[in-house]
Structures are given as C-alpha cells and as structure tokens.
Design a protein around this ligand. Structure first.
Ligand SMILES: NC(=O)c1ccc[n+]([C@@H]2O[C@H](COP(=O)([O-])OP(=O)(O)OC[C@H]3O[C@@H](n4cnc5c(N)ncnc54)[C@H](O)[C@@H]3O)[C@@H](O)[C@H]2O)c1
Length: 271
C-alpha cells in the first residue's frame, strides 16, 4: 500500500539495467509513492532496451543516456531533466558499479591498473562528477536527497570483492565530503546505503557469490535484505521524514554488519 511519501517529488535514477537491478526496484517504488522520475544508464546498456519497459511502468518516464565518466553526458542529463521537470530535482539515486578486473578474473594481487582506474572512475568518482555538476548548475532543490549504493567491503575485508572495496571506500568518503559542502550551500543531504548481497548482474559478477550470499543469510539475524526492501528504505531517505540525515553510511543488511558470529554459523563449524 503506497503512503504517497514522494508525492510531488522529482528525481533521477541511475543504474536500472534489467528487472534484477536494485535501481529498477527503487524506480518502481519511487513512482508508486508519487514521484516523477527520469531514468538514465550508459549508452551501451540502453541497447538492451530493457529500460524502456521500466520507463513505461513509471508513467512514461524520459530515458536519457549518460556515461557516468563523461561530463558532457552528465551535464546534458541534468539540463534535460531540469527542462522536463521545469526546475531542479528533489532526489538522485546513484546505483552504478563496474569492475573490469573482476570480469577478467584478475585477483587483488594482480590488478590491471587501467582497469582499476576505470573501476574508480565509474563506481566512485562518478558520484563526485554528478554532485559537482549539480552543485554548479543548481540542479538539486533545497532539502534534496542523494543516495549512492555501497557495500560493507569498504570497511571490512571480503577478498573476492577485489578493487571494488577500494572504490566503495572512496564513494563513502565522497559522500561525507560533498555532503558537508552541499548541506551548507543548499541543505542537500547525501548518504550511502550499504546493501546486503543481492542477485543482480553486477552482484553475480563477484567470485563465489552464491556461497557468499548464503553465508550472509546465515550471518544476518533478519536474513538478507532484498532489492525490494532496499527500495522501501530508499523511499524513506528521499522523503521529508529523514531531513536531518546526511553524510552517513547506512547499513541495510538485516543486522549482518554488527553480528560477530551467528548460532547457525557456529553449529555449521561444529559439524
Ligand atoms: N548486488 C549486490 O550484491 C550489491 C550489494 C551492495 C551494493 N550494490 C551496489 O548497487 C549498485 C547497483 O548494482 P546492482 O547490483 O543493482 O547491479 P546492476 O548490474 O543491475 O547495476 C549496475 C549498473 O551500473 C551501470 N553502469 C556501469 N557502467 C556505467 C557507466 N559507465 N555509466 C553509467 N552507468 C553504468 C550498469 O549499466 C548497471 O545498470 C552498485 O553500486 C553496486 O555496487 C550491489
């Protein structure tokens, strides 16, 4: 049952690739809660055509291609979105990540640095690019809300998360640093949501993902948080009910982050 928490709000959603994407569920939920949205993804991802189905489901939302490593693309996206909405946006979701090292099975001790630069650019610096452009173009309204999705490998070692762990640490740092600046300028709040492992195209690219998702399920007293749960949480963070929350890394993981060990894991070890 919708609560109309985002009635009258306008936002940009990055990163809906297919109906498994966390951004896909967030876009649907934002629309259901009364928001108008613009969808965006990399030009290459657009070719799959899936995003047009989502656009239809979200009141024929405009779809504007933008590679997050390209300033001109991002400037065009912000400009077109403001023209469409007739003013600045109220929220932005950054749900973007990519590692060529993972795709090529390069381990953390054998990184290809060209790939690593790409990972950092796409998965972390892109948040700075979006915020810096929005800051100077005045593209986010007062008390607006920005969320980037992250993972706990930014704080603790998950060996097969590879250089994405470093990218997430940078993403969370940019969230704090820009969160400070944007709060002073326009009371815009910026947070990361640290989500449970979730079966998506990006998620399944992590080596040993199936074993890991089962381990996380056993280590989380509430179980793993689904993409739909994440969408509900993000709606609250885009809404006016969480106005004073900024510069935070917010764990959305069923309690995983603060569980040292669970009974189920101990029982498993005693077998
Ligand atoms: N799936 C998980 O287990 C999990 C857990 C925690 C956090 N996250 C984070 O959630 C976010 C979304 O990932 P997902 O799991 O929904 O997978 P996904 O593969 O559906 O989404 C990743 C998105 O990034 C986009 N992207 C890649 N390169 C881009 C570029 N150059 N320009 C614009 N967009 C680009 C892809 O097209 C895709 O839409 C990522 O930041 C990911 O790290 C995922």
């Amino acid at each position: 049952m919708p609560y109309n928490l985002l009635q009258g709000k306008k936002g940009i959603i990055f990163g809906a690739l297919n109906d498994q994407s966390i951004a896909w569920k967030i876009a649907e939920k934002c629309y259901e809660e009364g928001a108008q949205i613009v969808l965006t993804n990399a030009p290459i991802a657009m070719r799959m055509g899936e995003i047009n189905k989502l656009a239809e489901r979200c009141g024929n939302a405009p779809v504007i291609a933008a590679d997050v490593t390209n300033n001109e693309d991002l400037k065009n996206l912000l400009q077109k979105s403001m023209e469409h909405f007739g003013g600045p946006v109220d929220f932005i979701l950054h749900s973007v990540g990519m590692s060529m090292n993972m795709r090529k099975n390069n381990s953390y001790t054998d990184l290809n640095y060209d790939f690593t630069h790409k990972t950092l650019d796409i998965s972390a610096l892109s948040l700075h690019r979006i915020l810096q452009l929005a800051f100077h173009m005045d593209a986010i309204s007062e008390w607006g809300s920005v969320i980037a999705l992250t993972y706990i490998a930014a704080q603790r070692v998950f060996p097969d998360y590879n250089e994405m762990a470093d990218a997430k640490a940078l993403l969370e740092s940019i969230t704090r640093s820009f969160g400070y600046q944007y709060a002073l300028k326009k009371k815009v709040r910026i947070n990361t949501v640290s989500q449970s492992p979730t079966r998506t195209t990006a998620g399944s690219g992590v080596k040993g993902f199936e074993g890991f998702i089962r381990y996380a399920e056993k280590m989380s007293p509430l179980g793993n948080a689904s993409a739909e749960d994440c969408a509900n949480y993000c709606v609250t963070l885009f809404s006016d009910l969480t106005k004073m929350v900024t510069m935070q890394n917010l764990f959305h993981d069923g309690g995983f982050s603060f569980t040292g060990v669970s009974r189920e894991v101990i029982e498993q070890m005693e077998k």
